[in-house]
Design a protein around this ligand. Structure first.
Ligand code: SF4
Length: 465
């Protein structure tokens, strides 16, 4: 079933503006600003020790924070350095962290997904990446059909390297940061990635046999215009990536100092950003991509689309996934583990990361262990965001009555959303409509029991649409 254009869904620009509030993205619940800042490695270690006897599958994530130059729009946790020798040193520390964590991992499950993100994973050369994969395999059991995916900066990748990621290292999914094809925008954001570089990388990935190619795009960047954005979408339709992440640019100069350099640039006004979002959504859905939700599009034949249709889609810190189980053990600076109803995030500072590891401690900076109520709301939010329905049946250890009571308690806040056609309050389930998929964050926030404290804690979330 096609997602439909914004107009065919009955969504007006005014409605989008009304719902475009500052709300969490819910890559986790509870969201990170509400985790404990005094959470320690000792607590996390005990939590890992408690995983004995479980055999559910889990994912592995490694964060490679290095980049040669700061792209001015970027909001990732990065370390900017031209010194390539940092990569070898970092690998040594990663090995210590992986060994320490693995020594407390008591689960019997297998790793069914490895994802390398950043920063720039291909800051590590092919030999270093191979060593990283070997270290992980030495400490965790991998499922025979485990997925491997990698984020790539196309400006640093040669066709030979892309082939090696596939043939030598076993990666089958690859993601390229592009943002926009317009040369003036590329120059304004300090990235300078040409159309030729992107096309050559995607061609190399296809030739190497990658099963899935993802491209990240951003609207709301400097010097974007209606015409330039339309050309970017032309290029995307020509490249036909399997998946597209389409983000709204978050300009946060008070929080991200490097973004201040964009202050004198022509940032598109709110109305133009809205136009760009609507055009992108309409063109992508007309050209064969389904809107999965939360900025993500996938071709109709892609496994994400199929999993959503089957009601088995899941979500973790890396976005949507088709894999069973959303547990993830993560390594590297700023990496976030989401394991057996607990979160732990490492320090973002490389010096602190190394110091803690030299003392035999994994540098956990904040985190939390979820309460029963947290777990219930986490499941509800995930179901609504991934599969578009909360069915009133016993699942995940919660009874039908518990789900009914939660929805009844939220009824006053859900009714206006139902009147706007975003949800339906059916006898057997709370359902998200196709129109509601555009406003998933506005629906999820109804079940967030921490959100009311955001103002008092002065937390600024990004915009919902
Ligand atoms: S290469 Fe990617 S992670 Fe690094 S600064 Fe640019 S956008 Fe951010």
């Amino acid at each position: 079933m096609s997602t439909g254009t914004i107009e065919s869904l009955g969504i007006t620009p005014e409605k989008i503006t009304q719902y475009d509030q500052r709300i969490p993205r819910y890559t986790s619940y509870p969201t990170a600003p509400f985790w404990r800042s005094d959470f320690t490695w000792e607590e996390w270690r005990a939590h890992l020790d408690g995983s004995a006897g479980t055999n559910s599958p889990f994912s592995l994530y490694v964060h490679v924070p290095f980049c040669e130059k700061h792209c001015l729009f970027c909001a990732c946790n990065v370390i900017i350095t031209p010194k390539k020798e940092v990569a070898e040193d970092y690998l040594g520390w990663l090995e210590k962290e992986i060994a320490l964590t693995a020594s407390h991992f008591r689960g019997e499950g297998e790793a069914n997904w490895l994802h390398l993100g950043g920063g720039t994973p291909n800051y590590l050369n092919v030999d270093q990446l191979q060593r990283l994969v070997t270290i992980l395999k030495d400490h965790f059991r991998f499922a025979a059909d485990a997925e491997r995916s990698i984020e790539i900066d196309p400006r640093l990748a040669s066709p030979e390297q892309v082939a090696a990621y596939h043939d030598l290292l076993g990666f089958r999914r690859i993601s390229f940061g592009v943002q926009d094809f317009h040369a003036e925008t590329q120059s304004a954001i300090g990235r300078g990635q040409t159309r030729e570089i992107t096309f050559a990388n995607v061609a190399s990935a296809r030739a190497a046999g990658f099963r899935s190619v993802n491209i990240d795009l951003i609207y709301g960047l400097p010097r974007q215009s209606t015409e330039s954005w339309s050309e970017t979408l032309d290029a995307i339709c020509e490249l036909r990536p399997d998946r597209i992440a389409l983000y709204n640019f978050a300009f946060l100069p008070t929080k991200l100092a490097h973004q201040r350099a964009l202050s004198n640039e022509a940032l598109p006004p709110a109305e133009l950003k809205l136009e760009m979002f609507i055009e992108a959504h309409n063109r992508l859905t007309a050209a064969g991509w389904e809107f999965i939700g939360m900025d993500h599009y996938a071709l109709r034949e892609d496994s994400l689309t199929k999993a959503q249709e089957a009601g088995s889609l899941r979500r973790n810190f890396m976005g949507y996934t088709t894999l069973r189980g959303s547990d993830m053990l993560a390594f590297g600076t700023s990496a976030i583990s989401d394991f057996r109803s607990g979160f732990a995030q490492n320090t973002k500072k490389l010096s602190q990361y190394k110091k803690a590891l030299s003392e035999g401690i994994v540098p956990v900076e904040h985190g939390m262990i979820l309460s029963e109520d947290d777990r219930l709301r986490q499941f509800v939010i995930e179901e609504l965001m991934c599969n578009g329905a909360l069915r009133y049946t016993s699942q995940r250890g919660f009874s039908e009555e518990v789900f009914r009571e939660l929805v009844t308690a939220a009824r006053e806040r859900l009714e206006p959303l139902a009147e706007d056609g975003l949800v339906t309050l059916d006898d057997d389930a709370l359902r998200v409509t196709r129109k509601g998929r555009i406003f998933l964050r506005n629906i999820a926030v109804v079940f967030d029991s921490y959100f009311h404290r955001a103002q008092e804690k002065k937390i600024i979330f990004s915009r919902a649409v």
